[in-house]
Ligand binder design. Structure first.
Ligand code: YXS
Length: 259
C-alpha cells in the first residue's frame, strides 16, 4: 500500500501521509515515496507544494519508524538516510513547500516540518524532538534546523526535555507562520499556496534559494566537525540507544545509565 497520497491541481502539488496505523511514522518506504512525489511535482513545474496528514489527524507524524532504526554502532541519521535525502529534497525544491500541520509532530518529523518553508498549524499542533528519549544524538544539520526555526534556548529545551512544545509557543517563536482554527486550516493553506502561484515562479524560487543559503552561512572548522562526529558516535554506539529502542517496543519508560 502507498504510504503517501499525492495530487496535483492548479500548479499546486499535495502530499498526504497515508500511514495512519503507525501514526504516519516515517518509514523508508514513505520517505522514498515522498522524494519521488517531489521529483514528479518538479517535472510538472509545481509552484507550491503542501505536505499534510489526513484532515483531522491527531498525529501529523510520529517521527522515524523506530523499528527501522539501526543497531548500535551505526549512525541512525547518516547523510544518505532516506530522511536526510527527503530533507534535502524539500530544501532544494524550486518552489515553496508548506507544512500543513494538524496534530502532534515527533522526532524526525519535527525536522521534516522545520525544513519546510512555511508551517501552518492549529491549536493542537505540537512539536517534540526526541533523541534524548531514545538515547541517540541528533545530527548537526537537524539541530541547525531546530535552532534556526525555534531559537537557541527553545531548541535546547526541546532536545533536553524531549517534551512537546505548544502551538502557541511555536507561533510566538515564529516557528509557526500561522495558527488557525482546525476547520479553516485547509482553506487557509490552499489560499496561501494559490497566492504564491500568482507570483513569478522564478523570483519566488530564487528568493527561496537565497534565503536558505544566507540562513545557513555558518562557518565551522574541520576539527569542530570531527569533534561533533566523535560525540555523536559515542551516543549512537551506546547501551542507552539500545535501551531506548527496547523501552519503546516494550511500551515502558527507558532506564538510561549514560553508558
Ligand atoms: O502497537 P502497534 O503495532 O499498534 O503500533 C503502535 C505504535 O508502536 C506505532 N508507532 C510507531 N512505530 C514505530 N515508530 C514510531 N515512531 C511509532 N509511533 C507510533 O503506531 C501504533 C499506534 O501507536 P500508539 O498506540 O502509541 O498511538 P497513540 O495515538 O496512543 O500515540 C501516538 C504517539 C505519536 C504519541 C505515540 O505513538 C508515540 O509516542 N510514538 C513515538 C514518538 C517518538 O518518540 N518518535 C521518535 C521516533 S525516533 C526519531 O524520529 C529520531 C531518531 S529522534 O528520536 O532522534 O528524534
Amino acid at each position: 500500500m502507498k504510504q503517501i497520497l499525492q495530487s496535483f491541481e492548479n500548479n499546486i502539488g499535495t502530499i498526504t501521509f497515508n500511514n495512519d496505523d503507525k501514526r504516519n511514522a516515517l518509514t523508508f518506504q514513505l520517505l522514498d515515496e515522498l522524494i519521488e512525489a517531489l521529483d514528479e511535482f518538479e517535472k510538472r513545474e509545481a509552484r507550491a507544494v503542501i505536505l499534510r496528514a489526513k484532515p483531522g489527524s491527531k498525529v501529523w507524524s510520529a517521527g522515524l519508524f523506530i523499528d527501522e532504526l539501526p543497531n548500535a554502532g551505526e549512525d541512525p541519521l547518516s547523510y544518505n538516510h532516506p530522511l536526510e535525502r527527503a530533507l534535502r529534497a524539500i530544501e532544494g525544491f524550486p518552489a515553496p513547500i508548506i507544512a500543513m500541520t494538524e496534530g502532534s509532530i515527533w522526532g524526525g518529523a519535527c525536522d521534516l516540518a522545520t525544513v519546510c518553508d512555511i508551517i501552518i498549524g492549529t491549536k493542537d499542533t505540537t512539536f517534540a524532538i526526541t533523541p534524548a528519549r531514545l538515547g541517540v544524538a541528533y545530527n548537526s544539520s537537524g539541530i541547525m534546523h531546530v535552532i534556526r526555526v525555534f531559537g537557541l534556548h527553545t531548541a535546547k529545551e526541546m532536545f533536553f526535555t524531549a517534551k512537546p512544545i505548544s502551538a502557541e509557543k511555536a507561533e510566538r517563536m515564529g516557528a509557526l507562520n500561522h495558527l488557525v482554527p482546525a476547520e479553516e486550516i485547509e482553506e487557509f493553506t490552499y489560499k496561501m499556496a494559490k497566492a504564491i502561484c500568482f507570483n513569478s515562479p522564478l523570483s519566488v524560487s530564487v528568493a527561496k534559494k537565497q534565503i536558505n543559503v544566507l540562513a545557513q552561512s555558518t562557518p565551522i572548522n574541520p576539527s569542530t566537525y570531527e569533534l561533533i562526529d566523535e560525540l555523536r558516535f559515542k551516543a549512537f554506539n551506546s547501551k542507552d540507544f539500545m535501551e531506548g529502542k527496547r523501552a519503546f517496543k516494550e511500551k515502558r519508560r527507558a532506564r538510561f545509565t549514560g553508558e
